[in-house]
Design a protein around this ligand. Structure first.
Ligand code: NAP
Length: 208
């Protein structure tokens, strides 16, 4: 795991995790952190819930991703780059408007960066998620779709469900070069991730 403060991250995560130092806004810290890495699960972003100027948002949510893709290319990443994005980057909503005011234009930079991932040449999966809840996973149906949901209170999911989706998507053939959205569906019954992901369609190739 990459962290700006490895000692703090190690203390929180325990000895089972290997933590390496790195900062998305400092491109030269990324190549050493990506040595001998198979997959990348990219979930970082300008901090939630507080003001971030657009310069920081762009440096973290856009340039930080591009620099990571470049470092992954140079390191010869063998497997997949799996990227966490938010639903609502393509569909206006009050929530997106308010978040863009706080984390300046984060939805703009997060929309733009998706095309950089698609044209990177790396194998990738982009997973857009709804509002994140700190509750146990596996207790709710999950909807997987490939439209453009708005960010709205009804479109939510637990961090634990999202973590499972990432682990499954990392190796699922249907999730290769694909973008999909996950939010809670109706009721407690959940299909297997394998069944949920097998209907995913690959992205159309970006124009050359
Ligand atoms: N919260 C939601 O409801 C929601 C909904 C949809 C999508 N998302 C997305 O989900 C992700 C996580 O959200 P969250 O609410 O958990 O946010 P968060 O608590 O603010 O976590 C952001 C993470 O990014 C890391 N980070 C920030 N700047 C960095 C940098 N320059 N270099 C390396 N790491 C850096 C932070 O590390 P430090 O510990 O060092 O600060 C932290 O671990 C974000 O990408 C967010 O946009 C969130």
């Amino acid at each position: 795991m990459l962290a700006r403060d490895p000692a703090k991250a190690s203390a929180e995560l325990g000895a089972a995790f290997e933590v390496v130092a790195g900062d998305l806004t400092k491109a030269d810290t990324l190549p050493p952190a990506l040595r001998n890495v198979d997959h990348i699960i990219f979930t970082a972003g300008a901090p939630s819930g507080r003001y971030a100027p657009e310069s920081l948002v762009k440096a973290t949510d856009y340039e930080g991703v591009i620099d990571t893709l470049a470092a992954a290319q140079s390191a010869g990443l063998g497997d997949r780059f799996v990227y966490l994005n938010t639903v609502g980057i393509k569909t206006p909503s009050l929530a997106a408007f308010l978040i863009n005011l706080l984390k300046r234009n984060t939805f703009v930079w997060r929309r733009r960066v998706e095309d950089k991932i698609r044209s990177s040449g790396l194998d990738y999966t982009i997973i857009r998620v709804g509002f994140l809840l700190d509750r146990p996973g596996g207790e709710h149906a999950v909807n997987v779709s490939q439209g453009a949901l708005p960010l709205a209170p009804g479109n939510r999911i637990t961090r634990a469900d999202v973590a499972e989706a990432f682990v499954e998507a990392m190796q699922h053939p249907s999730a290769s070069r694909a973008t999909f959205e996950i939010v809670w569906g109706e009721g407690p019954q959940r299909n297997s991730w394998s069944a949920l992901l097998e209907k995913i369609q690959p992205d159309r190739r970006p124009p050359a």
